[in-house]
Write a protein that binds this ligand. Sequence first.
Ligand SMILES: O=C(O)c1ccccc1N[C@@H]1O[C@H](COP(=O)(O)O)[C@@H](O)[C@H]1O
Length: 208
Amino acid sequence: MSVKVKVCGTTSVHDAVLSAEAGADALGFIFAPVSKRLVSPQVAREAGLSVGPSVARVGVFLNQGLDEVLRTAEAARVSAVQLHGPLSSLYVNAVAAYYPVLRVAQPADLAAQADMWHGHPGVTLMLDAPEPGGGIPLDWDALRLLFPHGAWLAGGLGPGNVAAAMIALRPAGVDAVSRLEAGAGVKDPRAVRAFVSETRRAAQSYPQ
Ligand SMILES: O=C(O)c1ccccc1N[C@@H]1O[C@H](COP(=O)(O)O)[C@@H](O)[C@H]1O
């Protein structure tokens, strides 16, 4: 099975190219004003154009108005949208009418979110820690029986632990930011390359 790798918190053309050359399937651009990885739609658009259409460009939002999400996504020319926060199903469906959605859930609301989005072709669930971008891993053992088939995993993942997380939960995609940085919003090239290669290596252990 091919597992998707998303490198999040891209803030420059340089780091977009670095992640794409390392083999990332998707780049994340964070448009949440609270983030220390905040990027402008213009830079995100330029970075996305620099890697070509085979790499997905994901706009990341936290509790932002629908109009702001759709306008920013359009200005940045992203190909998908990641939604954090306590959002209504109407809101998520409205975004999903325009973009494939990664809907982020925490362990406490995983079951409800999984029920809500099960079978929805445009919404993929992603499990993350309660503090997005905080670099704190989840308790994978506690989630073994709950983790939905086809869901993605985030939360404190990096080169040193992504294989263990994948063996425990078999996510369809993995996403990381904190453990791939040399400083806020600046990628550590060795960590990015090792994260992608460790993910590819661990994916070989998935049942065929
Ligand atoms: O990273 C941020 O600053 C951020 C802000 C607002 C919403 C999401 C954010 N990041 C997302 O957090 C997860 C995991 O991050 P980490 O690896 O634990 O640091 C990832 O999905 C980012 O997209």
